[in-house]
Design a binder for this molecule. Structure first.
Ligand code: UD1
Ligand code: MG
Length: 459
């Protein structure tokens, strides 16, 4: 291929995805937290194509909207009423110059190996990506001549039983010179009013009839190229994706208790000697510094966690920044806007939202801290509640350094508790407390000695 031959990639994504039985277009179904089409676009990116065409039809507004910000910009092609893969490629060819090389791939093959795409793009004639699979049911079969050259592709439903025994299948990925492809496709268009779809695969026999030799590239990963048609296949690809990703992270030094029980649906960055226990889900971007431990059953979304911090079992953290050497959980819920200083401790059944805990501050049990700042070394006793919401607006609570809040206390915001102040257990406070003062609201107990308990009346 001369240096000047431009490469155009056409991603076919117009199918309905009926077998998913979903209201969501298939290419928007999620694999590792991102749409299938996003994975495909990531896989084609290293080829640095001169243009990226995406053929859409069904629910195309939703698909286009999901990728409106994509860089490089995508050339959306409306297929209209989909009439088959040949029709889809023919529509894309309206936007592709004859001297370009076209690489066709599918929007529902999210783990297509980059090496396979590159092998097809490199050729100069017609190149078909094939895979040898144990169960070829449903796929187009590659029919070779006695010399081992590709003669034609027959679709499963049109194949004879002898042809169905062939286990070399068409993955659907194909590359060819644009001008040739346009001509071949035009010559195999079926009657638009007829029942037969317009098959891209029919061009093989046409090209061969013109004396062309078709290159067959065998996929480096026959499982990945099978793609996703239903939810079971989606789950298979998800597991394979997670396993691959986990191997990579372990090679980079992450300790993972069980690679089959860690799901990263986003990006996990980590320093030295971080360790992740079983059944952990990571979403968005999560950054762990050195020596961080994440306990079993934790869910972390968009978090930054400082060195030496331990997050114990079944804690759920979202939009959180934690300093060094902090302890969280078990059973803690940290919501967006939570910042914990170094050495802070947050224990079981504690919920924190839009609040800062200073260095060494503690909320060890059964506490709600919302819209608050808690000074360094302060201690919130069990059952401390910041009453931040008056039914209409949210208000802030400010708790000073080394303040001590006794158990079962309601702090009605807006309120300030000064440095070194103490609040007695069981108090409900709505006025500020000065530094070093003791505040408590506690009814004096009434004690009646030798009180005669009521007795059950006899009938
Ligand atoms: C196709 C191939 C088959 C191959 C299989 C691999 C043809 C005729 N058959 O069959 O040889 O083994 O893929 O998975 O090409 N699409 C459009 N517009 C259409 C029809 C389809 O954009 O009008 C898109 C779909 O969204 C999908 C892809 O093309 O991403 C493949 O279409 P699908 O209907 O799944 O083709 P298969 O019957 O699986
Ligand atoms: Mg298919």
């Amino acid at each position: 291929m001369p240096e000047t031959t431009p490469l155009h990639i056409a991603v076919l994504a117009a199918g309905k995805g009926t077998r998913m039985r979903s209201r969501l277009p298939k290419v928007l179904q999620s694999l590792a937290g991102r749409p299938l089409l996003d994975h495909v676009l990531q896989r084609v990116a290293p080829l640095e194509a001169d243009a990226l065409h995406v053929v859409v039809s069904h629910e195309q507004e939703r698909v286009r909207a999901a990728f409106a910000e994509h860089v490089p910009a995508l050339d959306w092609i409306d297929q209209g009423e989909p009439r088959g893969t040949g029709h889809a490629v023919y529509q894309a060819l309206q936007h592709i110059p004859d001297h370009a090389r076209v690489l066709v791939t599918y929007g529902d093959v999210p783990r297509i190996p980059v090496a396979d795409l590159e092998a097809c793009a490199r050729g100069t004639g017609v190149t078909v990506l094939a895979a040898q699979v144990p169960d070829p049911t449903g796929y187009g079969r590659l029919i070779l001549d006695p010399a081992g050259q590709l003669e034609r592709i027959v679709e499963h439903k049109e194949a004879t039983s002898g042809e169905r025994a062939v286990d070399l299948i068409n993955t659907g990925v194909l590359a060819a010179p644009a001008g040739d492809l346009r001509g071949w496709l035009a010559s195999c268009e079926p009657d638009p009013a007829g029942p037969r779809e317009w098959y891209l695969t029919d061009i093989v026999a046409v090209a061969r009839g013109q004396g062309r030799v078709i290159d067959v590239v065998r996929s480096s990963d026959p499982v990945a190229v099978l793609g996703v048609n239903d939810r079971e296949q989606l789950a298979v690809q998800e597991r394979l994706h997670q396993a691959e990703q986990c191997s990579r992270m372990m090679r980079d030094g992450l300790a993972v208790a069980d690679p089959a029980r860690l799901d990263v649906r986003g990006v996990l960055k980590f320093g030295h000697d971080c360790s992740i226990d079983v059944n952990v889900v990571i979403e968005g971007t999560v950054t762990l510094a050195d020596d961080v431990y994440i306990g079993p059953g934790c869910v972390l979304r968009d978090c930054e966690i400082g060195s030496g911090t331990q997050v114990a079992a079944h804690s759920v953290l979202e939009g959180v920044r934690i300093g060094e050497g902090a302890n969280v959980g078990p059973f803690a819920r940290l919501r967006p806007g939570t910042e914990l200083g170094p050495g802070a401790r947050v224990g079981n059944f504690v919920e924190i939202k839009n609040a800062t805990l200073g260095p060494g501050a503690k909320a060890n049990h059964l506490t709600y801290v919302g819209d608050a700042s808690v000074g360094a070394g302060a201690n919130l006793g069990a059952g401390t509640i910041t009453c931040n919401y008056d039914g209409a607006n949210k208000h802030r609570t400010e708790i000073g350094e080394r303040a001590f809040i006794g158990s079962n206390t309601a702090l009605v915001a807006p309120i300030r508790i000064g440095d070194d102040a103490t609040v007695g257990a069981g108090s409900t406070l709505s006025d500020d407390v000065d530094p070093r003062a003791l505040a408590l609201t506690r009814a004096r107990p009434r004690v009646i000695q030798d009180w005669p308990r009521p007795k059950k009346k006899s009938d």
